[in-house]
Design a protein around this ligand. Structure first.
Ligand code: HEC
Ligand code: HEC
Ligand code: HEC
Length: 385
């Protein structure tokens, strides 16, 4: 049932020796039905070992990849990324595995994965995936991600009572216009839909939006032509039965300081028609508020300027921006660096270090710390008293 591109052929027997013996966890019999989970390559009967993902890797994939790389795929993604074997397969004729190619794409600035339409991978998510690929993509104990139909959820635990009097909070998740066309034609507004906290939330699940969240309708040039505010059920709607803006339109969800954008323009304003529990017509599933994931990006490191001997001290200078703290490290005569000063904020741009032996070269480097996250190391500057 799985639409697998033939270009993603499985790795040759080489992998058996690389991974076959180091695998942990039970064999893959309990992997989901229909997944390429038997450990047998369709072409050569090659054993790739267990098909299970490590738990932290699975979590990253579910958060930022599987909305599109599902089975069947959504939003034009070329292949599913649900099992360990999916990542051990060869990526086209590049000679690289899909895992290695994934990592490359996650690091690309111009055409990253997830695509620019999505909130970017966080440093922590990057690190989890990077370490797994660097370790040769070992098997874990958290199984494979199931194919669609994906399990449905209702984060709020509250559902709309279908016997209640119709209000703007009615029937979250159902195709509003499909019903209003015949049953509520006065309220058959051109743009209507529901935004949820996750891709497979159930029909009728009430879904209060995050503070300040909004739905933006854009024209073909990417200009915002209409802004809609969701109500306490997550429902949003325009105020006229005609579009009132250029069609085809594009759309963008804005929340938590990040956006999630539609790539292919649409002509139908009945959003929930395609953004169903599982997604139809190539949509990944529900409309989902974008999230800013865990840690903010690390700040830029300070730029160390120079070390000047001054009387009894070595005078170190630098420039820095946006730091809560400056961490200054020193080594002696090429030895290991250790933290010698923690200084307050980017307003501090110099420090005097007590002089030691004039026969020794002392080198300094620094890090900027902001919001609990440290930058990479700065450049090094050296000098002798
Ligand atoms: C919003 C949908 C979407 C999400 C989310 C997404 N992808 Fe993709 N991915 C695509 C599309 C569309 C393509 C094909 C076009 C392209 O290559 O840019 C693709 C292509 C790829 C390819 C093959 C491209 C190549 O250059 O060989 C890899 C590997 C990949 N994605 C990995 C990932 C990984 C890993 C994640 C999560 C970190 C991810 N993708 C998240 C839509 C998505
Ligand atoms: C199964 C049919 C059905 C679906 C699905 C449906 N509605 Fe309705 N809606 C109705 C009916 C019936 C009325 C009442 C019409 C009347 O009073 O003339 C109504 C009325 C409304 C009204 C006017 C309520 C008022 O304040 O008087 C709004 C706003 C509304 N719906 C929004 C939505 C939204 C948003 C969705 C989708 C998330 C939706 N509806 C889905 C049947 C439906
Ligand atoms: C006819 C089907 C259809 C309708 C109707 C539709 N969409 Fe989509 N939508 C899609 C498809 C297919 C995709 C995946 C490809 C893409 O990103 O354009 C998508 C993707 C999106 C995305 C990006 C989601 C993601 O996770 O990558 C957003 C945001 C979006 N749509 C918003 C809307 C809004 C808002 C409406 C209603 C005003 C709407 N859509 C109506 C089919 C539809």
């Amino acid at each position: 049932m799985r639409a697998r591109k033939t270009a993603f052929s499985l790795l040759p027997f080489l992998l058996v020796s690389a991974f076959g013996c180091t695998s942990e966890g039970p064999p893959s019999d309990d992997a989901p039905q229909g997944a390429s989970s038997t450990g047998q390559a369709p072409d050569g009967g090659v054993d790739l070992g267990p098909n299970e993902l490590p738990c932290d890797v699975r979590e990253v994939l579910e958060e930022i990849c599987v909305s599109c790389h599902a089975s069947p795929v959504a939003a034009g993604a070329p292949m599913p990324l649900l099992t360990r074997h999916d990542f051990l397969a060869l990526s086209g004729d590049s000679g690289k595995t899909v895992g290695e190619r994934s990592l490359e794409r996650m690091h690309l600035a111009v055409a990253p994965m997830p695509p620019l339409s999505e909130p970017p991978a966080s440093p922590k998510q990057m690190a989890v995936f990077e370490q797994w690929v660097a370790a040769g993509m070992p098997a874990g104990t958290c199984g494979a991600i199931p194919e669609k139909p994906a399990e449905t959820t209702c984060a709020s635990g509250k559902t709309w009572d279908t016997n209640a009097t119709p209000t703007a909070q009615m029937n979250p998740g159902l195709a509003c216009r499909a019903c209003h066309k015949t049953q509520a034609s006065d309220f058959n507004y051109f743009f209507m839909g529901t935004v949820f906290p996750a891709f497979h939330e159930k029909d009728l699940c009430m879904s209060p939006p995050p503070p300040g969240a909004k739905v933006e309708i854009l024209d073909a040039m990417g200009k915002v032509t209409m802004t809609l505010t969701p109500n306490a059920a997550g429902n949003f709607m325009s105020s006229a039965i005609v579009a009132g803006v250029p069609i085809p339109y594009s759309a963008r969800l804005v929340a938590n300081g990040v956006t999630r954008s539609m790539n292919a323009p649409q002509t139908d304003g009945d959003c929930n028609k395609c953004h169903t529990e599982q997604g139809t017509e190539g949509a990944p599933g529900r409309l989902v508020w974008p999230r800013a994931y865990d840690a903010p990006p690390p700040p830029l490191p300070p730029v160390l300027d120079q070390v000047i001997p001054m009387g009894d001290a070595l005078h170190v200078t630098w420039t820095a921006t946006g730091c809560d703290k400056i961490l200054l490290y020193r080594n002696e005569g090429g030895g290991a660096f250790s933290l010698v000063y923690t200084l307050g904020g980017s307003t501090v741009e110099q420090h005097d270090d007590g002089a030691y032996s004039s026969a020794t070269v002392y080198c300094y480097r620094a890090q900027c710390k902001a919001g609990g996250v440290s930058s990479v190391d700065s450049n090094e500057v050296c000098g002798s008293p």
